[in-house]
Write a protein that binds this ligand. Structure first.
Ligand code: FES
Ligand code: FES
Length: 149
């Protein structure tokens, strides 16, 4: 049995310790905002924060997440107020199909916490998430908009 805290709420999960955190979030806890893309840590669709650190949940076993604070896209807004990155995403019309966007937003939220005013080079090195719809220019514009909000 593993105890996880997801978006501030404790959960006891009776799953194999090797189960990927992504599966636990989606199938056991019912948080389907975090997406499955590649399953091999390449695309970033499954990005969450573990103790504030950006993490690809498809390759993170439950055993490594136990006892930690996990934040998913469902927990990014606070007290009903969207996170500045979510607001910028809406204002800049970033999502196309939307599939990659929860992971993208989680990665960007972590970047802005570390670097409140990232350069284009900072963005290129930190945001390696893949978007099949190719919204990369809008992503960059929205990151700068969120950074100056
Ligand atoms: S699903 Fe985890 S990085 Fe692609
Ligand atoms: S918005 Fe469609 S994959 Fe990124």
């Amino acid at each position: 049995m593993a105890n996880l805290t997801v978006n501030g709420k404790a959960h006891d999960v009776d799953a194999d310790p090797n189960t990927p955190l992504l599966w636990v979030l989606r199938e056991w806890i019912g948080m389907s905002g975090t997406k499955y893309g590649c399953g091999i840590a390449q695309c970033g669709a499954c990005t969450v924060h573990i103790d504030g650190v950006v993490t690809r949940s498809c390759v993170t076993p439950l055993s490594l997440a136990a006892g930690k604070q996990i934040t998913t896209i469902e927990g990014l807004a606070e007290n009903g107020n969207l996170h500045p990155v979510q607001k910028a995403w809406l204002e800049q019309d970033v999502p196309q199909c939307g599939y990659c966007q929860s992971g993208m937003i989680m990665a960007v939220a972590a970047l802005l916490k570390d670097k409140p005013k990232p350069s284009d080079a900072d963005i290129d090195s930190a945001i390696t998430n893949i978007c099949r719809c190719g919204t990369f220019q809008q992503v960059r514009a929205a990151i700068h908009a969120a950074a100056s909000a």
